[in-house]
Design a protein around this ligand. Structure first.
Ligand code: SAH
Ligand code: SF4
Length: 471
């Protein structure tokens, strides 16, 4: 069911935003200084994109961006639920804000996002964090103005739990982007795949695609704004358009975005291997603005484990697609998500994952230790893997992949690559950092300003980064 928020509902939120703005401006005037916001983000790119909307709405409500939490009058913690570690960090950080409220009694603290889309976590916040003013699940994001207004006026704490049919799409929310030349563009929300380990379908609701016109309009605006690198987002972009169009899917959307005039690059994530098709690869190959980069999460190398994960592909079908992609797009950067320690994973299964890594040879792998998630089928599987075994497998996998990544990167030495510069490197102020067209991290010496393209000659390689000099 695709559910769009009506114009009237969105208009109501704009009215609430205006009321909050008036209150914020008055308070700022009385204090003699602006009211400031801080959005703290955990988790995936979708969360980062959501945080840019939260920031956009806060800015629209008269708050200015704070340099840090200490400096803020409203803090929003946008949480992740994919692994326990992410939840623990968000909870511990939220705990630390208690003392900020003691210093600044006007401070408002809100917790939102995937973690609090789960009832037990919303209750945790409600009962164990009494200084949190409000919390709301992912489907309430667009209602931030009325939530803040209610909290200001009614003085009552607010806790809003997502329900199964809360899946909705709100268009035209204000956005405050982190970066002027790279942008996220959500093409769809939610997920219908129910991989047995994964909490995402439970916290982000059913899959729903935006209208192509809305997406293309946003892409055009981004390009007109000077954005050079657009990443299309969805949990499974390959099912874009399902339930909305009969004969228009992700490849068609890519073609339409590729048609937009301008000097920019298109990336996308994530592609579920079960729905990634040769048509997708052909489209990538013939559209000059699409980056030669594919993130195709394998998860595990054993068909038995893949089946228990409910992934709906086999290692062979996966490899066939990879071969096709490498044939059609020579030099394509291929990355993956790999999980170790899934319930029931035997030493033999795990070795198949290592073998898959050695056979496929990814440029880079995002690796995860299986984390038991409440309300998911795998959490109930009896054969959970002991933590020490998971840890040991994780280390072995990193070692194998690190060698593979290094060898691939060494193959770039001596070549010249185009790079979109991100400015001074975080680790070394004497070098610049950026990304190649294939999305690889590169550190280099040179003078290129952030947001500009330049040519860099690769002089050295590490497992996760190339090194070079601007020419
Ligand atoms: N929709 C994307 C992935 C979203 S979550 C896809 O299907 O590829 C990002 C990654 O987190 C997943 O690919 C998976 O490797 C990892 N992940 C998800 N749930 C997890 C869990 N319970 N424990 C450990 N890793 C998990
Ligand atoms: Fe989670 Fe699977 Fe959906 Fe990805 S496709 S978000 S891993 S359920």
């Amino acid at each position: 069911m695709i559910n769009r928020i009506s114009e009237q509902e969105l208009q109501k939120q704009k009215e609430y935003a205006a009321r909050v703005r008036a209150a914020v401006q008055t308070a700022a005037f009385e204090r003699g200084g602006p009211y400031k916001f801080c959005v703290v983000t955990y988790g995936c790119q979708q969360n980062e994109a959501d945080s840019e909307r939260l920031a956009g709405m806060l800015f629209d409500m008269g708050y200015e961006k704070a340099d840090s939490e200490e400096d803020a009058d409203i803090i929003l913690v946008n949480t992740c639920a994919v692994r326990e570690h992410a939840e623990k960090r968000a909870l511990s950080v939220t705990g630390q804000y208690k003392h900020l409220k003691e210093k600044n009694p006007r401070l408002m603290i809100g917790v939102c996002g995937c973690m609090v889309s789960q009832e037990h976590r919303l209750d945790d916040i409600k009962f164990r964090y009494p200084y949190v003013d409000f919390a709301f699940g992912t489907s309430y994001l667009w209602q931030l103005p009325s939530i803040i207004y209610d909290r200001m006026k009614k003085k009552k704490r607010l806790f809003l739990l997502d329900t199964e049919d809360d899946g909705n799409i709100a268009e035209d929310l204000p956005v405050l982007r982190q970066c002027s030349y790279r942008a996220w563009l959500s093409v769809m929300y939610g997920c219908n795949n129910f991989c047995t380990y994964c909490v995402v379908p439970h916290v982000r609701g059913r899959e729903r695609s935006r209208y192509k016109e809305d997406i293309i309009k946003e892409a055009k605006e981004l390009v007109a704004d000077g954005v050079k690198d657009i990443t299309l987002l969805g949990q499974n972009v390959n099912s874009y358009g399902r339930g909305l169009y009969d004969d228009y899917g992700f490849p068609e959307l890519l073609r339409d975005i590729n048609e937009i005039d301008g000097d920019f690059t298109i990336r996308f994530m994530t592609s579920h291997p079960k729905d990634a098709t040769k048509k997708l690869i052909d489209t990538m190959a013939c559209c000059e603005k699409i980056a030669p980069q594919l993130h195709l999460p394998l998860q595990a190398g054993s068909d038995r484990v893949l089946q228990r994960m409910n992934r709906h592909y086999t290692l062979d079908s996966y490899k066939e697609l990879v071969s096709y992609a490498r044939e059609k797009i020579p030099g394509i950067t291929l990355t993956s998500d790999i999980m170790v320690g899934f319930p029931g994973e035997t030493e033999e299964d795990f070795e198949q994952t290592l073998k898959a890594l050695t056979d496929i040879k990814y440029d880079m792998v995002y690796s995860f230790i299986y984390s038991r998630r409440k309300n998911t089928p795998a959490a109930e599987y009896e054969d959970q893997i002991p933590e020490d075994v998971k840890g040991e497998r994780f280390r072995r996998m990193l070692e194998v992949q690190s060698d593979i990544g290094l060898k691939i990167n060494e193959g770039y030495i001596g070549k010249t690559v185009r790079v979109l510069c991100d400015g001074e490197s975080k680790n070394d102020p004497d070098t610049l950092s950026g990304r190649t067209d294939g999305g690889k991290n590169i550190c280099f010496t040179g003078k290129c300003p952030a947001g500009e393209y330049t040519q860099v000659k690769v002089t050295a390689a590490r497992p996760f980064v190339l090194m070079g000099e601007e020419i």
